[in-house]
Structures are given as C-alpha cells and as structure tokens.
Design a protein. Structure first.
Lengths: 123, 267
C-alpha cells in the first residue's frame, strides 16, 4: 500500500505519517502542496491519497478535482484531512468526489476509522 | 477626533447652505436675478471649499494612520517600496510563531520517537521475564533455565535503570519544549494589539469618508452582483481552523457532524 500525504506543514505530515505507520502502512511519501503532489501521483502508482485543503500553490480541493479529472488517477481513494469545517466546503468536497473527510484536530481513532471504511468500500 | 471636526463642519456647511437657499428664494421672488446669480456662485464656492477641506482632512487622517504604523516607504517607486512598517514587523513576528511552533512540534515528536522503542522493549522484556518467573514459582524450571533467567534478570534491571532514565529525560524535554506556548502567546498578543489599532484607524477613516460622501452628494456605488459573487465564493473559501465553531451554523463543530453531513449526502 503506497500512500501520498499532502500537507504544507511538515509537522502535520509527520503526525499523519506516524499514525499511518501505527496502522501498519509504512510506505508513505510526502508532498507540500497540489503542485508537487500531482506529478508524483501521475508517475508513482500510489494506492491512496491523504490531503489537506488549505495549501499555497494548489489547494487540496483543486488537487482532488485534478485527480478525478485524470483518467489514470480518477479512481484513486482520497481522504481529506483538514481544518476546514464549513458545511459548504464539506459538500463541495463530497461533490468533487472525496472518499472521506476528517476535520483537524483529529484523533488516531477517527483517522483509523475513516481509512478502514474507505478500504472496505474500495475493497 | 478628526471625524468629529468633520461632522461639525458638515453641520456648518448645511446651515450656510440653508441660509443661502432662503436668501436665494427671496431674491428670486423679488426678481433680483443679478444678486440671485451671485448667491448661487457663492453657494458653489462654499461647496467646493467644503469638499477641499474634507478631502484634506481625509488625506491627513490617512497620513496619520501611516505614521502611526511607522511605515517607512519609498512612495516614488511603482509599486511603492516599503522599507519597514509595523505590519511588516507583525508579519515577521507571525512567521516567528510558525517557526517556534514547528520546532516545538518536531522536537516533541523526536523525543516521543526516541522514547517509544525504549518503552516497548522494556515492556516486551518484562512480559517475557514475568512468564519465566511464573514458571519458576510453579517450580517448573530446571537449573540450566534458571541460570538463564538469572542472567536475563540482571540485564533487564540494568536496561530498566538506563531506559527509565532516558524516558524521564525525554519527558522532561517535552515539558520544557512547551515553553513555546508562552513565547508565541506574547508575540500573538502584540500582533492582536496592532490589528485592533489598524481597525480603529480604519473605522475612523471610513467615518470621515462617509461624511464627505454624504455632504458632497457622492454616492457609494454598491455592486450587488459582485457582492453576491463574493458571498458565494466565501462559502467554500479556505478559512483554516475554526475557533468559534459552536456559535456558527455554517460550520461543523465535530467529526460526528462531518459524518452526519456526509451520510446525508449518501456517503
């Protein structure tokens, strides 16, 4: 399971990376915004994308749209882990095709649940 | 306050205008057109003077605001080059906050990463030894195995001593690292103070400008359409962490609410 973690704060990337490692996913890679993430996704056969929303350069929601619009990446499971908590934003993310939405600050349990749920569905 | 002076001047101007209008009506009724035209001219002059004074006051207000924030700028360049200002100072202070919190978070995680395997090893070794100890108590242990346990126990006690020492040191460092809260708190308080000052100055400028608009008949053109577009855009614009989610209806305040919302959308 190859996972890409996209967040502009290195500490948050590290927290997510640690939590994923505890869940048994140790093949994780990092990017600090959509602009750097997109080429990595296109060339890297990733199985899962965890992304923040608010980032300089390219935001997470734009990254999500770019992923869904890309023929090769369209079915990639995407989990949004973000501080953005407006109802309209969550609806927008859902409409853009997100597979899960976790609001920061989050617990290890919440992250675990969402990831498990996504994989259950994607199978 | 500059805006109060402006208010007073507005009243004076209106009084003057009313006086002139009354006179004008009298002159017109008395067919004194020459004098009536002079009065109209005087009124226009008075209005112009009033506008000039108001604009002057607005400019001075702006200038004061700039001086208050110690903006040191080269206005001859396009765009103007800002050498230093309180705002710029505030920006670098806020960057310092990001830097400090990042360092603290990384240091804390380093300490935990270092401590976690020590705690795990001690725990594993302890549970192995406990199992052997149970066997010893049940007298199920042969002399050879007992010698092994004896040596292993000795090693474990030594590991325990150095391990817990290391753990205590790391915990202490984690505590010390929390000092960032104090430092960043002080910086943030200063920046909050500055923002309040900026707001007050802006409000006062807007008041003066409003009074100038009112008296000179310049109307604000409110573009309803672009306002609406802006409102729509704001709905999904990134805002960062919500500090007052419970008081807002357009914001979720927990992961449960996110889940409810998503499941209502068929997730």
């Amino acid at each position: 399971m190859k996972i890409l973690i996209v967040d502009d704060f290195s500490t948050m990337r590290r927290i997510i990376k640690n939590l994923l490692r505890d869940l048994g996913f140790s093949n994780t890679h990092e990017a600090d915004d959509g602009v750097t993430a997109l080429p990595m996704l296109r060339n890297g056969d990733f199985d899962f994308l965890v992304t923040d929303w608010n980032m300089p350069g390219m935001t997470g929601i734009d990254l999500l749209r770019a992923v869904r619009a890309d023929e090769k990446l369209a079915s990639l499971p995407v989990l949004m882990v973000t501080a953005e908590a407006k109802r309209d934003q969550i609806i927008e993310a859902a409409q853009a095709g997100v597979n899960g939405y976790v609001v920061k600050p989050f617990t290890a349990q919440a992250l675990k649940e969402k990831i498990e749920k996504i994989f259950e569905r994607v199978g | 306050m500059t805006s109060d002076i402006q208010l007073h001047q507005n009243e004076e101007f209106i009084a003057e205008l009313k006086e002139c209008a009354k006179l004008l009506a009298e002159k017109l009724q008395g067919d004194q057109f020459e004098e009536a035209s002079q009065l109209i001219h005087a009124m226009l002059e008075s209005r112009d003077r009033h506008i000039f004074q108001s604009v002057g006051r607005l400019t001075r207000g702006l200038h004061n605001a700039i001086v208050n924030f110690h903006v040191d700028a080269d206005l001859s360049k396009e765009p103007p080059q800002i050498e230093s200002s309180e705002i710029r100072d505030a920006s670098s202070r806020l960057n310092y906050v990001i830097e400090l919190t990042q360092k603290a978070a990384e240091k804390t995680m380093d300490m935990v990463d270092e401590a976690a395997p020590i705690a795990m090893n001690l725990g594993q070794e302890a549970s192995v030894l406990r199992d052997q100890w149970v066997r010893l108590k049940r007298r199920e242990m042969g002399p050879e195995e007992f010698r092994g346990l004896y040596a292993r126990m000795d090693d474990f006690l030594a590991q325990m001593a150095t391990g817990t020492e290391q753990l205590a040191r790391n915990l202490q460092e984690i505590i010390l690292e929390q000092g960032f809260q104090d430092l960043t708190g002080q910086v943030l308080k200063r920046v909050i103070g500055l923002i309040n000052e900026v707001e007050q100055d802006l409000v006062s400028l807007v008041r003066i400008a409003g009074q100038v608009e009112e008296i000179t008949g310049l109307k604000k053109e409110v573009d309803e359409e672009s306002q609406e577009a802006l409102r729509q855009k704001r709905k999904t614009e990134a805002e960062g962490p919500q500090h007052n989610a419970a008081a807002r209806t357009d914001v979720v305040s927990s992961q449960d609410e996110v889940d409810d919302l998503l499941s209502s959308l068929g997730f």
